[in-house]
Design a protein around this ligand. Sequence first.
Ligand SMILES: [Cu+2]
Length: 308
Amino acid sequence: MTQVNGMWKRLVTACMLLAMPALAWAQSADPKPWQLNMGKGVTASSQHAYDAHMVALIVCIVIGLIVFGAMGYAMFKFRKSKGAVPAQFSHNTTAEIIWTVIPVLILVVMAWPATAKLIAMYDTRDAEMTVKVTGYQWMWKYDYLGEDVSFTSRLDRESDRIRQSGEQPDLAKNPHYLLDVDNPLVLPTNTKIRFVITADDVIHAWWVPALGWKQDAIPGIVNEAWTDIKEPGIYRGQCAELCGKDHGFMPIVVKAVPKAEFEQWLASKKPAPAPEPAPAAPEAAPADAAPATDAAPIAETPAPSAQG
Ligand SMILES: [Cu+2]
């Protein structure tokens, strides 16, 4: 009897362990120590991925409980010591149809919403702004297209120093060791942002888990993605394609801020406007004279191209 009790205890423990990921519902964007379930993220795409994952997980748990439960019950109830005799049939058409049709139906039920979510994930139309992401060995470059703002973003100096000194990193002193950058990618919240993603040398991949997707950055190819961040915050990621010896040292930091704050930041990053030419004395220009040369600003003469 104690043996049977022990078996049930183990079975219940195993079931609880299997269900634990489903119980870890409430999570923020940063992974926690011993976090078992995937994070919910902060965008519609990441929420969709999380929902699809939870549906699949629950389906798996239910199937596991039914199948292993039936197996356990059959083994225990119809054991040899109780005089059970093996059944002597080899085919049962009804059973075969049932165990083919039910899994097909389950797969269709799971594939239908998953497909709709995938299609939505690739729909970059109606974006309010575009950021070009370029991967380099071993940093990222961000261009705010049409805004004349661009900069590179690389591993912060302190992480770089620690890793090259052979010093043991201290989690308390450097909680974001290898996960911090000098210039984070600043983005507005509640804005549909389109990304065009490419690389300049080898294949990289731009991945911020809280946004819910990763996208390859391939030289000569422009990949697209989009996001719409719901909550302000700092979201961290990394290059997700083995791109050389410093692949592990090109983190990504997205700083999502409210729209007004973003506009301010963007304005502060724009190059200073060319100094205005001194306005001509108003009396000097007769009313019917040709307009002043406002229309012809001092153009920077482009250097003649060396290439034909
Ligand atoms: Cu890379």
